[in-house]
Design a protein around this ligand. Structure first.
Ligand SMILES: Nc1c(NC[C@H](O)[C@H](O)[C@H](O)CO)[nH]c(=O)[nH]c1=O
Ligand SMILES: CC(=O)[C@@H](O)COP(=O)(O)O
Length: 218
C-alpha cells in the first residue's frame, strides 16, 4: 500500500454536528464479510458525529449493480415520507375556514407536524445524504469493469439529478487482499484502514454543507 503519510483523508476542516440529519445507507450483499466491516465502520463514524441511530436507515440489495437504482428510490421514499407526515396545506386551510365559520364540529386544525416527532423519535424528513456501499472484486472476465463503470456513473447521476449527496462507498478491488485491507480487516499485521469511516465523515459533511448551501449560506 502507498505511504499513509501522503495518501488518505485528513480530518475535516470543521467538526460537523450530525444530530439534525437523516442518513440512508444502502449496501450490496456480495462479499458480505467485507461489506459488514465497511458498514460497521460507516455507522460507527455517523454515530460519533451525532447522527441519531433512529435516523440511520439501512437497506440492502443483492449486488453493487443495484445500488444506483436503490439510491434513487430511497431518496424518493424519503421525500414521500416527508410529504405524508406534513398534512397538506389545503387541509389546514379548510380547517382554518371552518374555525372562522364557528363550526364547532370542525376537526382540530392540522398544524403540519415537525419532521422530528415530538417524542424525539425517528425523523420523517427527506434524507440529507445517501451512502452506497458495495465491494466489487475482479474475476476472470470483463464483468468487473462493466459493473464498476456502470455503478460509478449511475451513483454520480443520481446525486446530481436529485440534489441529494450520494457518497461513493464502493470498493473496486483487483483481489481479495485489496478489499480486505480497505475494510480494515486485512490479513497482514497492519490490517489496513476501514474506508467506511471516511464515508460516514463524508456523508455528514455533505449533509451539513448542502443544508447551508440550500439556504444560501456560504
Ligand atoms: N461480482 C460482483 C457482483 N455481481 C453482481 C451484480 O452486482 C448484480 O447484483 C447482478 O449482476 C444482478 O444484477 N456484485 C458485487 O457487488 N460485487 C461483486 O464482486
Ligand atoms: C465483479 C464481478 O462481477 C466478478 O467478481 C465476477 O467474476 P468473473 O469475472 O470471474 O465472472
Amino acid at each position: 500500500m502507498s505511504d499513509p503519510t501522503i495518501k488518505g483523508l485528513p480530518p475535516p476542516p470543521t467538526k460537523y454536528d450530525g444530530s439534525p440529519f437523516r442518513i440512508a445507507i444502502v449496501h450490496a450483499r456480495w462479499n458480505d464479510a467485507i461489506i459488514k466491516a465497511l458498514l460497521d465502520g460507516t455507522v460507527k463514524k455517523l454515530k460519533e458525529q451525532g447522527v441519531k441511530e433512529e435516523n440511520i436507515v439501512i437497506k440492502s440489495v443483492p449486488g453493487s449493480y443495484e445500488l444506483p437504482f436503490a439510491a434513487q428510490k430511497l431518496i424518493e421514499a424519503g421525500k414521500t415520507q416527508s410529504s405524508n407526515a406534513a398534512p397538506s396545506m389545503l387541509a389546514s386551510t379548510t380547517n382554518l375556514l371552518s374555525l372562522i365559520d364557528n363550526n364547532p364540529t370542525a376537526p382540530a386544525s392540522t398544524t403540519p407536524q415537525p419532521a422530528q416527532s415530538s417524542t424525539g423519535g425517528a425523523s420523517t424528513a427527506p434524507f440529507n445524504a445517501i451512502i452506497a456501499i458495495g465491494c466489487l472484486i475482479k474475476g476472470s472476465t470483463m464483468h468487473f469493469e462493466y459493473i464498476c463503470d456502470a455503478v460509478t456513473h449511475g451513483l454520480m447521476k443520481v446525486q446530481l439529478d436529485s440534489g441529494t449527496p450520494v457518497v461513493f462507498g464502493v470498493l473496486t478491488a483487483l483481489n481479495d487482499d485489496q478489499a480486505l485491507e480497505r475494510a480494515g480487516i486485512g490479513r497482514k499485521e497492519t490490517k489496513g484502514h476501514n474506508h467506511g469511516e471516511d464515508w460516514g465523515l463524508a456523508a455528514v459533511e455533505l449533509a451539513a454543507q448542502t443544508s447551508d448551501w440550500q439556504k444560501g449560506i456560504l
